[in-house]
Design a protein around this ligand. Sequence first.
Ligand SMILES: NC(=O)c1ccc[n+]([C@@H]2O[C@H](COP(=O)([O-])OP(=O)(O)OC[C@H]3O[C@@H](n4cnc5c(N)ncnc54)[C@H](OP(=O)(O)O)[C@@H]3O)[C@@H](O)[C@H]2O)c1
Length: 279
Amino acid sequence: MSHVLVTGCSSGFGLETAVELAQRDWHVFATMRNLDKRGRLDSFLTRSDKVDVLQLDVTDAASIEHAVKELLAITGGRLEAVVHNAGVSHGAAFEDVPDDEARRVFETNFFGVLALTRAVLPVMREQRSGRIVLISSDSAFYGAPGLSIYTASKWALEGWAESIAYEVEPFGIQVVCVEPGSYRTDIWDSSPRIIPPDSAYRELAEIEEKAVQEQLVARARDPKEVAKVVARALEARQPRFRYPVGPDAKTMATARGIVPRRAQAAVVRRILGIHRWKP
Ligand SMILES: NC(=O)c1ccc[n+]([C@@H]2O[C@H](COP(=O)([O-])OP(=O)(O)OC[C@H]3O[C@@H](n4cnc5c(N)ncnc54)[C@H](OP(=O)(O)O)[C@@H]3O)[C@@H](O)[C@H]2O)c1
């Protein structure tokens, strides 16, 4: 039985991925930063599922060290795969984002991934095999107003991933980016909307919020789709580097290389309704 560590399993893709992999006979280490939230995951598991729930906050070095140590004690020192899923976002025009909020997003979406990868790579190198799956986003394909920090965190993640893939491949370790479009998870509600009282971007934020609800949230898809793609990426003999998931992500992935930036920007402006914004 292969062992996999998944981060952010209290909800959304993390929870669905833990359930999907357990049903496929993986031994899943479903981690979350707050164990009080494990009830939701527990309610989807059956007695035969091999799932250990561990505390892991990706922004806390001691928590990473403790979780990885506990996992290796249970597996006898093996770890076949890690799914970096934990992530946060917010909605805000760049000028309205306080520096500590920008850092919060990067600490989780980018530096958290680096820290956990550092903790597991020695094990994977030693066993000369391993798979590192990153839950990136179709935000890694194009810029989006109100989402500059989140978008930057996913671009950073993919640039880093594409680079280290060369370094670790000779040790039998593959790196994969899963890039979902819009899916029904908690992230839409839990992401703070930041609009200071004197914001020059209030109208933009309001237009955009309406479009996000009407265009993206209303059309958001079942997160189980993403969990199944993660499983495919983990089980493929030769995984691809990128797996865009859902029609929006697939369209944007294709458009990225062939559609000029000006035409892409026109589509983004129209989808988000901001072509009407005249400050
Ligand atoms: N939903 C979408 O449409 C979409 C599209 C593309 C990409 N994504 C990406 O998918 C990933 C999962 O998000 P989701 O949509 O499933 O949203 P979600 O339901 O809000 O799940 C996010 C998970 O990350 C956890 N988390 C946040 N900060 C953490 C930290 N410091 N340490 C450990 N866990 C932490 C959350 O834990 P708590 O419950 O404690 O907050 C939660 O379990 C993210 O990387 C996100 O960027 C989502």
